[in-house]
Design a binder for this molecule. Sequence first.
Ligand code: AVJ
Length: 318
Amino acid sequence: MTALARKIVVDTATTEFATDVVAGLSATPKRLPPKYFYDERGSQLFEAITALKEYYPTRCELAILREHNADIARVFGPKTALVEFGTGSTRKVRILLEAAKTVEAYVPVDISAEMLSREAAQLQHDHPRLRVLPVAADFTLPFRLPSAIVGLARAGFFPGSTIGNFEPHDAAAFLRHAARMLGARATLIVGVDLVKDAGVLNAAYDDAQGVTAQFNLNLLARLNRELSADFDLDAFSHRAFYNSERRRIEMHLVSGRPQKVHIAGRAIEFAAGETIHTENSYKYTIESFGLLARSAGWTPVDSWTDGYFLVQALATRA
Ligand code: AVJ
């Protein structure tokens, strides 16, 4: 190496973010990936959403987990390693662990290494005999499971109806990937939001206080902060509605007037009323989710529901 050589540090995360954003805003119709909602501010706003009276999924899922944790835990065999896909907070898995005495190792997988190590350390402290083995990875891609779990049975946990953010085809691909990662005789506990009255669904994604609107608009604020874009936040508004034909909530940001926005050296034009599609949140019935799971190599073995939300247990073949 010469004295002039310099190491060029490429921030691949920012590069991918910029690439995805430019691709999405250059497409017709315009779209942005929902995974980018969750910067620091977006995660706070999502927490605030989960406390809204209109937003039932978190409350319902927690109640189902609390009420049925003993039954859910019975799905796990003896000596099990529990892998959680996309952990964030350990609030939900703690309810399962309380009842699941055969779980000997817990493998939280999350792309945010910082939150992951914080949550894992706290959980390890509260469960000294559990082997807590965090993996910092994108849970939708293949990752290496810790070698310390060899010899243990495998189970997965995928709560929060995160699966609803995937197109059904991608949800099936994710389930196939989970089956491949967990192997034969594995079980998977998935949280799924159910099809229901459109009024209930619309209110959950368009709350009276406008917290969901702030959550949606924060995506543009984030583009201004991190990619030096120049979105005028007052010139866009939140729109969310249930598309009953496709059984999904759609969230959009609507341009209130014709305008030009600059981002990453490009100019993006908006017509008045033009939208950016920011999220789909698919809703299933017990039957439609069972069919999706079967198409991906899983067999439904048990389910728990309050009519609004579904906690589904699946198993791979022996
Ligand atoms: C985190 C994907 C489960 O789809 O209900 C909440 C995200 N978006 N309000 C959902 C969300 C608007 C949420 N998930």
